[in-house]
Structures are given as structure tokens and as C-alpha cells.
Design a protein around this ligand. Structure first.
Ligand code: HEM
Length: 206
């Protein structure tokens, strides 16, 4: 049973996911992979926790190389994210797909999922847990971008820097936002593998 079924999407004729959404989704996945793995290499050069990331799963080879990857992919990530948000808001899809949303609905769908009773029959509708997770990762990506701006240009963005505490605090914020995004991606990938029809729809639109 999908407890959020019948609440929002009414367009049953077009593709499940419009072409602009599929394009921005996959560009985002590539940009995120580059940002995360090059970011791990940058962290390794000046770690603030007790651990380093294994070199084999980092990108860039050395600090300078990793920074070049990170700075190249950040433009892709930001521009692509902007296109996604503008198209989503302008078409009304953002409201249609992700709302209404309430703590009660999230809890009900999470419980149903734990009991194995949360079906995903209608690929045009996200359940409340998906809605919450996607909205969370969108907000988390904005936080990553804002804390990244502080690390990139701390002098030019004094207000942002002070809002996060200071430069060193902004590094921690950036790291924790990265960790949250990686946790989301791990669950997200597992879900896509569990329900491969959703993956096909995200590739072909139908
Ligand atoms: C190879 C990696 C990835 C795969 C295989 C994948 C797969 C998918 C699939 C199948 C859906 C549709 C889910 C459904 O219809 O129930 C989806 C939606 C979504 N994914 Fe991914 N994803 C990947 C990476 C990412 C990453 C890295 C992010 C963000 C950091 C992300 C964020 C999202 C969001 C926000 C949506 C909802 C988009 C919308 O409808 O507006 N995905 N993904």
C-alpha cells in the first residue's frame, strides 16, 4: 500500500520523468561522484579527524590535482543544480511531486516500509519517505555549496563565514554535509537496486 497514493500527480500521459529531469539527475550523479572523491583527497592533505580516506578511492592523485577536479566539477554541480531547481519550480513540479508532506505521513510510510508493506507501484508518485529524503538532499546540497563558497573565498563571503562560525567551522560543516550526502546516496543506490523499474524510468523516462 502506498499511503500517499492519489494525492498529487495528475498528468498520466507524458513520460514518468521529463527529459530535463533525467539529464540533470545523471549530470548531478557524475558531478557528485567527482566532488566527493576529489574532496576526500583534499581532506587527506589536512585532516581534522583521526582517519584518512584510502587513496585508492580518491580522485586527483595529489592535492593540486584533486583541487583542479573539485573546482572544475563545482561549476557543473552548481549550474546543473540551478537548472534542476529552476525547471522544477517553473513547471510547478516541485510542489506537485514533493508536497503535501507531513511528519505523520513520513512516519506512516517509514513504518510501512519497515514492515515491507510500502509498494512503489505508481512510479509517478513519490511516497512521503522519498519526498522527505529528496528534499533533504536538495537542502543538504545547498548547504554544501554555501560552506564550499566560504572555503573557496573566505574573505569575499564574510557573512556566510561568520554564520558558520569561522573558516575552520565551515570546514566541519562542509565535511558533515558531505557525509550526509554520501549516506543518502548509499541508501538511494540500494533502493534503486531493489526496485530496478525506477532505474529504467530514470534512464528512459518510461
Ligand atoms: C548512480 C547513482 C544514482 C542512481 C542509480 C540513482 C537513481 C535514481 C532513481 C531510480 C530515481 C527515481 C526514484 C523513483 O522513481 O522512485 C532517482 C531520483 C532522484 N535522485 Fe538519484 N540516483 C543516483 C544518484 C543520485 C545522487 C548522487 C543524488 C543527489 C546527491 C540523487 C538525487 C536524486 C533526487 C533528488 C531524486 C528525485 C528527483 C526528482 O524527482 O526531482 N541521485 N535517482
Amino acid at each position: 500500500m502506498n499511503s500517499t497514493a492519489g494525492t498529487s500527480t495528475t498528468d498520466y500521459t507524458g513520460p514518468i520523468h521529463p527529459a530535463w529531469l533525467r539529464a540533470t539527475h545523471w549530470i548531478n550523479a557524475i558531478a557528485v561522484a567527482i566532488m566527493v572523491t576529489s574532496g576526500w583527497r583534499i581532506y587527506n592533505a589536512a585532516p581534522f579527524f583521526e582517519f584518512l580516506f584510502p587513496k585508492s578511492i580518491t580522485l586527483g592523485g595529489w592535492l593540486g590535482g584533486a583541487i583542479q577536479w573539485h573546482f572544475a566539477a563545482m561549476w557543473l554541480l552548481a549550474a546543473n543544480g540551478l537548472v534542476y531547481l529552476i525547471c522544477n519550480a517553473a513547471t510547478g513540479r516541485l510542489l506537485r511531486k514533493f508536497f503535501p508532506l507531513s511528519p505523520r505521513a513520513i512516519l506512516a510510510d517509514a513504518l510501512a516500509a519497515v514492515k515491507g508493506r510500502l509498494a512503489h507501484d505508481d512510479l509517478r508518485q513519490y511516497n512521503a519517505v522519498q519526498r522527505a529524503a529528496y528534499l533533504f538532499v536538495i537542502a543538504d546540497s545547498v548547504l554544501l555549496l554555501l560552506s564550499g563558497l566560504v572555503l573557496w573565498k573566505p574573505v569575499q563571503f564574510p557573512l556566510l563565514r561568520e554564520l558558520m562560525g569561522d573558516y575552520e567551522a565551515a570546514r566541519r560543516v562542509h565535511f558533515l554535509a558531505m557525509a550526509a550526502l554520501v549516506a543518502f546516496a548509499a541508501v538511494h543506490l540500494a533502493m534503486a537496486a531493489l526496485v530496478p523499474r525506477t532505474l529504467l524510468a530514470m534512464i528512459r523516462g518510461r
